[in-house]
Ligand binder design. Structure first.
Ligand SMILES: [Zn+2]
Length: 257
């Protein structure tokens, strides 16, 4: 994936030049551009253009499948499926505390997201915030068994609100992690959002490139109930934009025609 690598580098340049370590800013590009950022900006615009929802979907046999599988802004939801055969090639286990011991595939994330989440956890520790990772990468097959089990217990309609169908889970991208705290019993419940740790995560995730993917009052836009525990890596600059403007990933990418 030659072009992806190039774009990642361009995004890194842009983050360094424009955002420059500040929490996030909505300064217009033109006000802060230097020659390097200017060159990166046009490539960044191209990057968003290439990843626009309308350009990254292929429908076959009634199934809409995403085509930018290894992009950091890959958009997966109830209308956009990952192929059943897709597994990221660069999964690693981040060096962060988990809520369980032993080795497990769900400790993994893609390299770029793993490095970012290590930074997020280090910052939390520095702020005296005790959080633990609960669940990261999930294969298509694992997602299928989770959904089938939930559907058999709660019925398919309810299961579809709270768990993803196979191919429709961000956990299959290797860019998502569920996080909880002792104060929430390491559970994945909305009450985590009211804990000190959940509030810290909401206020700080974007600084490390993550968004709270399924926000409060965004159910109609994302198709999922509020999940204060589920963070998704999109990169520092984009996470800042999405968070400061209170957008969903769907809305942000739709704007990038
Ligand atoms: Zn999740």
């Amino acid at each position: 994936m030659k072009s992806f690598t190039r774009k990642s580098i361009v995004s890194t340049i842009l983050i360094g030049s424009v955002v420059a370590g500040s929490a996030f800013t909505t300064l217009p590009f033109t006000k802060v551009m230097n020659p390097v950022a200017s060159a990166a900006s046009s490539s960044f615009t191209q990057f968003l253009h290439d990843n626009a929802p309308g350009r990254t979907i292929k429908t076959s046999g009634g199934l809409a499948t995403v085509t930018n599988l290894s992009s950091t802004v890959v958009l997966v939801n109830k209308k956009r499926n990952l192929p059943s055969t897709y597994a990221p090639q660069d999964l690693v286990v981040p060096n962060i505390p988990f809520s369980f011991s032993g080795s497990s595939p769900k400790k993994q994330m893609r390299k770029v997201a793993a490095t970012a989440i290590e930074n997020l956890f280090a910052a939390a520790k520095k702020d005296g915030i005790d959080i633990k990772a609960v669940s990261g990468y999930r294969s298509y097959a694992t997602q299928k068994s989770i959904f089938d089990r939930n559907a058999s217990i709660k019925g398919e309609a309810v299961a579809n609100k709270t768990s993803a169908r196979p191919g429709q889970s961000e956990h299959q991208t290797g860019l998502a992690m569920d996080i909880s705290s002792a104060s929430a019993g390491y559970d994945l419940q909305q009450s985590f959002g009211n804990t000190k740790e959940g509030k810290w995560l909401k206020a700080n995730a974007h600084k490390y490139g993550f968004i709270i993917r399924y926000g409060k009052d965004q159910e109609k836009l994302t198709g999922y109930s509020y999940e204060p525990w589920h963070v998704r890596y999109v990169g520092v600059y984009i996470a800042g934009e999405i968070t400061s403007q209170n957008l969903t990933l769907e809305q942000y990418l739709e704007r990038a025609k």
